[in-house]
Write a protein that binds this ligand. Structure first.
Ligand code: FAD
Length: 546
């Protein structure tokens, strides 16, 4: 106990001490970038700060083509994961790149006197709050879609699109010219900026690399509000930093995406395996073959009965009699899913090529299922499931997804434990598993992958039933995810998380490994106040006490 004056003095000494520690710990390489952990200390005794209401209302004074909304912004505190909810102070609906630049520059010029951060929100399909900004500004990137798409035909075709454009719209626009992007995600209702900030991976990635490998040029608004055009040759460091950069270095406002000839149709094929090692051997053989399939994925089936009957609505069995005799009941099975592109006038050639490719595989013969659909139907396939789940109220539920890259040399150890011990009874959603060739990727981008020529994407795409306390409840699934991650760490499998989610700086450092230093340097160069993408919790904005 003491007099009010003494208490005041004591408090100020504490604040001063905290400020000095904070300031010293926040100056790597001469910037005031503040890694996560140093702020954890500060959370306990936060010094007084400027009035955020005034700061936010100062945004209203900016002359914009678009506008800010300061109320009813709950949608911006929500994402596909449905687990994290951080309400922003404002949502910017930009109508021009200048709107984004002016807003960020304004916040940058306030310096560390303001706590305001900025998150670009694509289609909000992150699962752990990555596109959210607690009391900050969320930029609704889809408002930028108004900027026209421009398709350039010729020897090296490409399309210029807004960072807020949905991939499904790009598909429809480019098809008008007989062209399409080469690398996709399984679901196309995602934005260009959202997937390029991660990687953008699907069954074409073994051949063309992820989407971040198929970009010629970007226009980016940095954390200082500068509008910069970058490519492999111009502002190279920013270009590679932004690709797979988790939104840390700038906001992608425009992208130039490489195109190739688009097929009209696809042959879509599924076959089953009961032996994991034969399944992966066949997948690996296919991704290294010349003239292979155009899409190669796979998934695990745990404890499902009547599986093949479910497929019959869209696939037909090659041998209906044998297929009828096959029973999946209860076994863990592995499904190889492949696609070959074709145009109606080359059906004969494509059938021969498929027969040749299938003849080298060792799947269970009675389980060959085929389908023939348009290219658009195939690429937009998940949207069909989305509509069905929407109708049942099962789309907007928690999605505790876990995505991992597993090195080829350890995939059998991984499968033995995960499918043999951890996920034996059931899975509450698809588990994708397919290999890709590192040589087709690009290790100059910010994306981190295992250090092997071939590695697998394993995606646990789980849904949790709201308010369930059983095996389909959120708590159970999160525990299972933790068991999977703990096993990977203990067995030193050398995995990397895709769409990573960590809570501490140590974990982020371990994720980036030797590339952490470059990541921090890039942050210092392009977003020195750590304004951008706070939802990842890699860096925290340094706040000045006054
Ligand atoms: P958001 O969730 O809005 O944003 C994602 C991150 O990018 C945030 O950090 C955000 O701040 C940042 N960001 C958004 N826009 C920009 C921008 N213009 N500039 C800079 N940063 C920006 N991924 C795959 O790779 N392959 C798949 O097959 C695949 N399938 C999926 C299927 C479904 C049903 C869902 C929900 C997701 C899938 N994903 C897949 C994951 C998806 O690629 C990522 O979640 C992606 O980030 C979502 O895109 P979005 O446009 O909704 O971005």
């Amino acid at each position: 106990m003491g007099s009010p004056a003494l208490i005041f003095l004591k408090h100020n000494i504490i604040y001063l001490k905290v400020f000095i520690i904070f300031f010293l710990s926040c100056v790597p390489n001469g910037t005031n970038l503040c890694p996560n952990h140093s702020l954890a200390t500060l959370k306990v005794q936060r010094p007084p700060r400027l009035n955020s209401t005034n700061i936010v209302s100062s945004l209203e004074t900016l002359g914009l083509d678009g506008y800010f909304s300061f109320e009813n912004n709950h949608h911006a505190a929500k994402d596909f994961g449905n687990m994290y909810h951080f309400l922003p102070s404002a949502v910017l609906h930009p109508k021009s790149v200048q709107d984004i630049s002016n807003t960020i520059r304004h916040i940058y010029e306030m310096g560390s006197a303001s706590e305001l951060t900025v998150a670009a929100r694509g289609h909000g399909h992150s699962t752990q709050g990555q596109a959210q900004a607690h009391q900050g500004v969320v930029i609704n990137m889809e408002s930028l879609q108004r900027l026209e798409m421009q398709v350039h035909t010729g020897k090296t075709p490409y399309v210029d699109v807004s960072g807020g454009e949905l991939w499904i719209n790009i598909l429809h626009e480019t098809l008008k010219h007989g062209l399409a992007p080469k690398s996709w995600t399984d679901y196309l209702h995602l934005t260009v900026g959202g997937t390029l900030s991660n990687a953008g991976i699907s069954g074409q990635a073994f051949q063309h690399g992820p989407q971040i490998r198929n970009v010629y040029q970007l226009e980016v608004v940095t954390g200082k509000g500068e509008v910069v055009t970058c490519s492999e040759k111009k502002n190279t460091d920013l270009f590679y930093g932004v690709l797979g950069g988790l939104g840390q270095f700038g906001i992608i406002t425009r992208a130039r995406i490489s195109l190739g000839p688009a097929p009209k149709m696809v042959k879509w094929i599924r076959v089953l395996y009961s032996d994991f090692s034969i399944f992966t051997k066949d997948q690996e053989q296919l991704i290294s073959s010349e003239n292979s399939f155009d899409y190669i994925e796979g998934f695990t089936i745990i404890n499902r009965t009547g599986l093949l009957n479910n497929w019959r609505s869209s696939f037909r069995p090659k041998d209906p009699v044998q297929a009828n005799r096959f029973s999946s009941d209860g076994r863990t099975l592995y499904c190889l899913e492949v696609v070959k592109h074709f145009n109606p006038d080359d059906t004969k050639t494509v059938n021969q090529s498929i027969e040749n490719l299938l003849s080298k595989l060792s799947y269970i013969p009675s389980t060959l299922f085929l389908s023939e659909v348009s290219y658009v139907e195939f690429l937009d396939r998940v949207h069909v499931s989305e509509k069905k789940l929407q109708a049942k109220g099962l789309w907007e539920i928690p999605h505790p997804w876990l995505n991992l890259f597993v090195p080829k040399s350890r995939i059998s150890d991984f499968a033995e434990e995960i499918f043999g011990n951890i996920l034996t009874d059931t899975s509450n959603g698809p588990i994708l598993i397919y290999p890709v060739n590192q040589s087709k990727w690009n290790n100059k981008s910010s994306l981190v992958t295992p250090d092997e020529d071939v590695f697998y994407l394993v995606a646990f795409l789980t849904s949790a039933m709201p308010s369930s306390t059983g095996t389909d409840g959120l708590a159970h699934i999160l525990t299972q995810n933790k068991r999977i991650l703990d096993f990977c760490a203990t067995a030193e499998l050398g995995i990397k998380q895709y769409l990573p989610h960590y809570k501490t700086e140590e974990e982020w450092q371990a994720h980036f490994g030797p590339r952490w230093k470059v990541f921090v340097q890039r942050k210092s160069a392009y977003d020195p106040l750590a304004i951008l993408a706070p939802g990842l919790r890699i860096f925290r904005k340094a706040i000045r006490t006054s």
